[in-house]
Design a protein around this ligand. Structure first.
Ligand code: UDP
Length: 238
């Protein structure tokens, strides 16, 4: 079997990507495709931590803004990420792939409270670790949670699977002259305000020297291509 380039990765999937066409809820057929590729990565010897967003159910600012207190609306968002993590754990286990949900907020029977040693142990055991509940704090995003967990588990790379196939010089939907970058530095991302992750997540990744690969989830095989070292999408590094 071919050897992967990256031994330990943090895969971030947005909630919306799991929702399929309706934009809400979970498209289980698609979730299964994604989980099959994740399992394939594990079979290649890659340790996979997974952070899934919650936007297919609830986003604090967008859905609660003006109607709810922000911190409480964000707590709803964090709970949405737990719902998605449980769904993916179930799909992975249906495929025969052991997976553990670690929650940033204590919630007993739902999942074990997150700790770095537990995550490290499960990853070494070949289990997929689903980091649920974001950072556990309001005013943060799951992109920031992904970078935080990537730093904790010392991931070689953050794989940011999105609904766009990389980082562009401008919004390709609005500007036909937008150019896709193959590789770009964090400094340029920050200087040009390029849409990769939010500012908090970007600076945390930069400070901790963690490269990020951005690619389209529409073809889930991209996850395997990425861990095998194919230069797909855009790589952001120092
Ligand atoms: N959230 C939060 N703290 C975190 C992570 C997430 O408060 O550390 C909340 C926030 O309200 C956010 C929602 O959870 O809008 C869903 O996360 P996100 O928007 O990052 O999901 P995605 O866009 O990736 O689906």
């Amino acid at each position: 079997m071919e050897k992967p380039t990256y031994q330990r990765v943090l895969l971030k999937i947005s909630g919306e990507a799991l929702a399929g066409a309706p934009g809400r809820g979970i498209d289980f057929a698609f979730a299964r495709q994604v989980c099959q590729v994740v399992q394939d990565c594990v079979r290649h010897g890659v340790q996979v931590g997974l952070v899934v967003g919650g936007g297919n159910f609830w986003r604090g600012v967008k859905d609660g803004g003006g109607r709810m207190e922000r911190a409480r609306a964000d707590q709803m968002g964090m709970l949405a990420t737990v719902i998605n993590s449980l769904a993916l754990q179930d799909v992975l286990e249906q495929l025969g792939q052991p997976a553990r949900v670690l929650t940033s907020i204590p919630m007993g029977p739902v999942g074990e409270i997150h700790s770095q040693p537990a995550a490290d142990r499960y990853l070494r055991e070949g289990k997929v670790v689903l980091f649920a509940g974001g950072t556990g704090n309001p005013y943060f995003s799951t992109d920031t949670a992904a970078v935080l967990r990537a730093a904790e588990i010392q991931a070689d790379m953050i794989l940011l699977a999105k609904n766009i196939d990389g980082v562009y010089s401008a919004d390709p939907k609005k500007d036909p002259g937008a150019v896709k970058y193959d590789a770009i530095s964090y400094d340029q991302v920050l200087a040009d305000h390029l849409q990769v992750m939010d500012l908090t997540a970007t600076s945390l990744a930069l400070e901790n020297h963690i490269p990020v690969m951005i690619f389209a989830l529409a073809d889930p095989q991209n996850i395997l291509r990425a861990v095998m070292g194919e230069r797909i999408g855009t790589i952001v590094e120092e």
